[in-house]
Design a protein around this ligand. Structure first.
Ligand SMILES: Cc1ncc(COP(=O)(O)O)c(C=O)c1O
Length: 365
């Protein structure tokens, strides 16, 4: 049995440290927005390479609060992609804005910058490039386009902590970089948590106010906010895990490389550019010539798999009001029909990967 995801080994490796961190919080008597959050904010912002960082309750909230802090609101349009799951779109809708989708490229399934111009109109306020599966979007054309049209750029880094195109961690080049610490992410809490990284002190200050009812220092609402605080236990847990991130990324990288080599010349195509440090190897996504057949073979061999994601957001019932018919985003829709995610997490054995590859090849022999 090879599960799609199993986080127990990494947590077991850190069990004593994690329990110690939780005990430290219990003994401190401060459970919300205290010294652990403050320390984690400094440590994580340093890791991303931004001057400021704000811990929040989830990755979705990070996007929502960044949008609010950058004054994106009702009636505005935000350009993004439709193949990266619901959270990005949920955040756009929660501020009252409307997503405007561009198609993806068919090599890496990331936002295709050549599509930006056609998506632009007088309501466009922002672009959210999603660094999907651990891959980094090429930000140069996105930032140039945003500058030319006075648009904000919010990087969705939920899946890409550790991706360092050109030696720089994603999340530090746009107006804000949003991270998720959902337990299965490259850096996971023992529950939900998120982060907004930014070089802009005013944006950070607004996110800080927004995450707690829009309060100023006198606890009076200066702007309309909500509750999206990061709690001390999660911050303490994340502080234990952060120093081990590099080693875990290295493990992911080696495992992904083994997949890449083993799948070369087989019916399952890996996405291009997975071997370098521009990739954080969050998910091992391949394109299957017949996903049902691939998954049936994996199931029969007790190997877990997943699909990220089977239905593009513009074709989901909740977003029918956008009025986007099948065929609107051809590369996105084709990607959703063929993507298949294989097991990839620290603790997985190289022999497990060889077994997954054998089963996939066997299914198409
Ligand atoms: C691309 C992307 N954006 C945003 C999120 C939202 O993160 P969270 O689950 O912490 O709200 C996720 C994770 O679920 C994600 O994969």
């Amino acid at each position: 049995m090879i599960p799609f995801y199993d986080g127990r080994r990494v947590l077991a490796d850190r069990r004593d440290e994690l329990l110690g961190a939780v005990a430290r919080v219990i003994d401190s008597g401060v459970l919300i927005l205290g010294p652990e959050v403050e320390a984690f904010e400094a440590e994580f912002a340093a890791r991303v390479g931004t001057r400021e960082g704000v811990g929040v309750a989830s990755g979705t909230d990070a996007l929502l609060l960044a949008l609010r802090a950058l004054d994106v609101g009702p009636g505005d349009e935000v350009i993004t992609v439709s193949n990266a799951g619901v959270p990005t779109i949920a955040a756009i809708r929660l501020v009252g804005a409307v997503p405007r989708f561009v198609d993806v490229d068919s090599d890496r399934l990331l936002l295709e910058p050549t599509g930006l111009e056609a998506a632009l109109n007088e309501r466009t306020r922002a672009v959210i490039p999603v660094h999907l599966y651990g891959q980094a979007v090429d930000l140069d054309p996105v930032l140039a386009f945003a500058r030319a049209h006075d648009l904000r750029v919010i990087e969705d880094c939920a899946q890409a902590l550790g991706a360092r195109p050109g030696g720089r961690q994603v999340g530090g080049r746009g107006d804000a970089g949003c991270f998720s610490f959902y337990p299965t992410k490259n850096l996971g809490g023992l529950g939900d948590a998120g982060f907004v990284a930014t070089d802009d002190a005013a944006v950070a200050e607004r996110v800080r106010a927004l995450r707690m009812y829009g309060f100023d220092a006198a606890r009076r609402a200066r702007i309309e906010g909500l509750n999206s605080r990061l709690d001390e236990v999660q911050a303490a847990v994340l502080r234990v895990r952060l120093p081990h991130l590099e080693a875990e990324l290295e493990e992911r990288r080696a495992l992904a490389q083994r997949y890449r080599e083993g799948l070369q010349g087989t019916p399952h195509r890996t996405l291009s550019g997975t071997g370098d440090d521009a990739h954080a190897h969050h998910l091992m996504v391949v394109l299957s010539p017949d996903r049902e057949r691939s998954r049936a073979a994996l199931d029969a061999a007790a190997i877990g798999s997943a699909v990220h994601y089977p239905v593009p957001v513009h074709r989901m019932e909740a977003y029918a009001f956008l009025g986007l018919a099948e065929g609107t985003l051809p590369a996105t829709e084709q990607a959703c029909r063929s993507v298949l995610s294989l097991p990839l997490h620290p603790g997985l054995e190289p022999a497990d990967i060889d077994r997954v590859i054998d089963v996939l090849n066997g299914a198409f022999a």
